[in-house]
Write a protein that binds this ligand. Sequence first.
Ligand code: DP6
Length: 344
Amino acid sequence: MIRSVELLPKDWELVPVVEKNAVRVFSPSNIAVAKYWGKRDLALNLPTNDSVSITLKDFGSFTTVEFLAGLENDELILNGSIESSEKITKVIAVLNEVRKLSGKSHKARVQSRNNFPTAAGLASSASGLSAVALAAVRAAGLDIPASKISEIARRGSGSAARSIFGGFVQWKAGKELDGSDSVAENFKPASHWNLVVRVLVVRATAKTHASTSGMEHTRKTSPYFESWVNSAQRDVAEILNAIENKNFNELANIAESNCLRMHASAMAARPTVFYWQPQTLALIQEISDLRRGGVPVFYTIDAGPNVVCFFEKDATDVVDRALERIEGVQILRTTIGEGARVLS
Ligand code: DP6
């Protein structure tokens, strides 16, 4: 069965909001077709190469941020539970940047709920940290351009820099040591190309290696890392060209190859960083067969076993029928959408 995600999750805020300047936002997740998998600076989340992503329409994070007098520490309530792990460190990195720019000293309460599986390689850090960045910037009363919000979001999670924007997005690696030129920008709006998206959930639980440690371990130990980075940078110009000209086959070929090279570099790390499950391969095979048979569809896979596929509207029936035949896969439907936005 093909399902849509819940558009506005219930019990999003467990704790009543007290601050009148609390800001609620929605930020979407994004899926890279030319991927980020390696950092030139670990603390600032500066990438080794540019990346290109597509923003998903209604998959994302609903997030409230309020700066509260009297709060001793920053708090994160994620999907209904208080978080104390790596996730709060990333949130604090974003909040600290906002405090530095705004002069605010109060700690913040962040409440966030994703309407899709968290930490399963479906870019929940992209939607979550970009949501915190936008909400915190507005709650602190900062009036700054989207490119600056993207830079702040990047402090939390690299891929979050891209979710500030909708449609087709490029994140430039930049050259500056302070990362001031490492920001995302919109390449083409969502309306440029009406592609259909299916998120194929093989496992909804947390992935085996978090992206942050997975990519760093790959950088340090994989003999394929350097060639991955060089080839990934070359992919970017070609992929932008394919998007610009709506050349589906070209986009499909480069995006799939880019995805497989990212995973190959991770698989070759010692010990291996291996994300796939049997259904991941079944989906790769099915989607490849469809395209060989002339159906305009392609897949990509982030740091997890789940698969995302993109196709032209006319192919909807044939793709959906083929996907439904594969057992043990939850199919969620969406399209291409707008970037992060304030709800109240
Ligand atoms: C495979 O942005 O989650 O999804 O910057 O360490 O938080 P950190 O990593 P993250 O990595 C995303 C990796 C990827 C590819 C991509 O989105 O480009």
